[in-house]
Design a protein around this ligand. Structure first.
Ligand SMILES: *Cc1c(COP(=O)(O)O)cnc(C)c1O
Length: 456
């Protein structure tokens, strides 16, 4: 073991680290050098590193910590709206609007016509009314918040009647019974898991009822011997008892997805037309915008939500408002929606186009792959994700990367994850599948694999 008193002092290492100080700043560089020296002391190696050695190690440490975990990655999981990967990728128009709102002051709560104080929701109100047919609209941080504040406003201290078939759990601890408790609403479950009848709701309605709740079973389906009370009939039942119907659509969509070759999902406009008094839905699921929760419906109820003190705690900032407004505007021109809105564009992407890209990529990546790793084009099924259309899959094509041994597969997966722009696929049947549905930058993908920090 070497005598640790021979270790170079921080100042001596700093003398070899001028470029690091220039790039990362004196404080971060000094901290990195101290951390490296501490590691050497703890390891007590046989030979001590020189000042240059320590500076080089500090440089590597600083480079790693300068790489943000939020840096862009290639989502080749085959799940288009991947909650863990940030859900919807935004439209260019939304990105430009958010960027402009970040850079300059905007009339967030200022009425440019009268010069008086305005409302931040006003920017979206008219658009949402136009696109959903609802009387009025407001928005909050996400759909979980929309459900929370709507329940609290309509039913605090009272009961909410909901079918046992709709007591959903969405990933990340959103469970309807828990949200109800936090909203101060008493849950009254009716019917059974697979079958709920109009008479079940009617029997539960009484003087304590604050609202009837309908929840879209976004991430599962109950199939077989089932019975559900539709939105229109349920609205009638609620109104006959003098209470409002809240319909949590979850993803919600503003257009008929069948027009883009996807399965039908109830649109927000339909839910409103069925007579729901309030409808809630997400901004970053099928809608394809940033995270947000929309509440549309009756004017008096929207006004009550806006008066709820929770609203201030759940409100949306100018960046997202700007991006949401630009995203919603795209829906005014459904013919060009697939070309302009990445979520719809990716979901509607023809399998033949993906297959052609896969065949172009195989010969290009073959020489870049670690020794023994093979790549072939295979058909696969993409998913929509984020609890939208859970049973629907989209025919797609993947690069199937196979390694000689299972252990090597793990190494390959982590090397792809460590790339300057991480590549995230999914492991299936002993191989790594890279579903190409969401790959739009072929050149960038290859450059990433081939670059100095690539696979080679
Ligand atoms: C996704 C979902 C939510 C939660 O929405 P977030 O936007 O994730 O907050 C609530 N209800 C339903 C039915 C959902 O599908």
């Amino acid at each position: 073991m070497a005598d640790l008193r021979g270790l170079p002092a921080v100042d001596r290492v700093l003398a070899h680290a001028a470029a690091l100080v220039e790039r990362h700043g004196r404080v971060a560089t000094t901290d990195a050098i101290r951390a490296e020296l501490a590691e050497v002391r703890a390891a007590a190696p046989a030979t001590l590193p020189t000042a240059e050695d320590v500076a080089a190690r500090a440089a590597a440490r600083l480079e790693t910590s300068a790489l943000s975990n939020l840096r862009p990655l290639f989502n080749l999981t085959g799940t288009v709206l991947h909650t863990n990967l940030g859900r919807a990728v935004l439209a260019e128009a939304a990105i430009e609007a958010a960027t402009a709102a970040m850079r300059e002051a905007v009339a967030l709560e200022f009425d440019l016509e009268t010069g008086k104080r305005g409302e931040r929701d006003d920017h979206l109100r008219a658009l949402l009314r136009e696109l959903t047919g609802a009387e009025d609209a407001t928005l909050v941080n996400n759909n979980a918040a929309a459900v929370l504040i709507a329940l609290n406003t309509l039913g605090a201290g009272r009961e909410a009647v909901v079918s046992r078939g709709e007591l959903i759990e969405i990933g990340g601890a959103f469970r309807m019974p828990d949200i109800m408790a936090r909203a101060g609403v008493t849950l009254v479950e009716v019917g059974t898991t697979n079958r709920t009848h109009p008479k079940d709701y009617k029997a539960a309605l009484g003087s304590e009822t604050g609202l009837v709740l309908k929840v879209h079973t976004s991430n599962y389906r109950i199939q077989g011997f089932t019975k559900e009370v539709g939105g229109a009939e349920l609205a009638g039942i609620a109104h006959a008892a003098g209470v409002p119907l809240l319909n949590d659509l979850g993803s919600g969509t503003l257009v008929d997805l069948a027009a883009y070759g996807l399965a039908r999902e109830p649109t927000v406009r339909e839910a409103v037309a069925e007579g729901a008094d309030l409808v809630t839905f997400s901004g970053d699921k099928l809608l394809g915008g940033p995270q947000a929760g929309f509440i549309v419906g009756r004017r008096d109820l929207i006004a009550a939500i806006n008066r709820n003190p929770m609203k201030r705690a759940l409100r949306v900032d100018k960046l997202r408002l700007a991006a949401l407004e630009a995203t919603l505007r795209l829906y005014r021109d459904p013919d060009r929606l697939a070309a302009r809105l990445p979520t719809i564009g990716l979901l509607a992407r023809p399998a033949a186009e993906i297959e052609a890209m896969a065949h172009r990529l195989v010969p290009a990546i073959a020489p870049l792959l670690p020794e023994g790793v093979t790549a072939e084009v295979v058909p696969c099924l993409s998913q929509i994700g984020s609890g939208a259309l859970p049973l629907d899959t989209l025919p797609s094509f993947a690069l199937r990367l196979a390694t000689p041994r299972g252990r090597d597969l793990e190494a390959l997966v982590s090397r792809l994850r460590a790339l300057p722009r991480p590549v995230i696929g999914r492991v299936q049947d002993g191989a790594l599948m890279l579903d190409l549905r969401c790959l739009t930058d072929e050149t960038g993908f290859l450059a990433n694999l081939a670059g100095p920090d690539g696979l080679a």
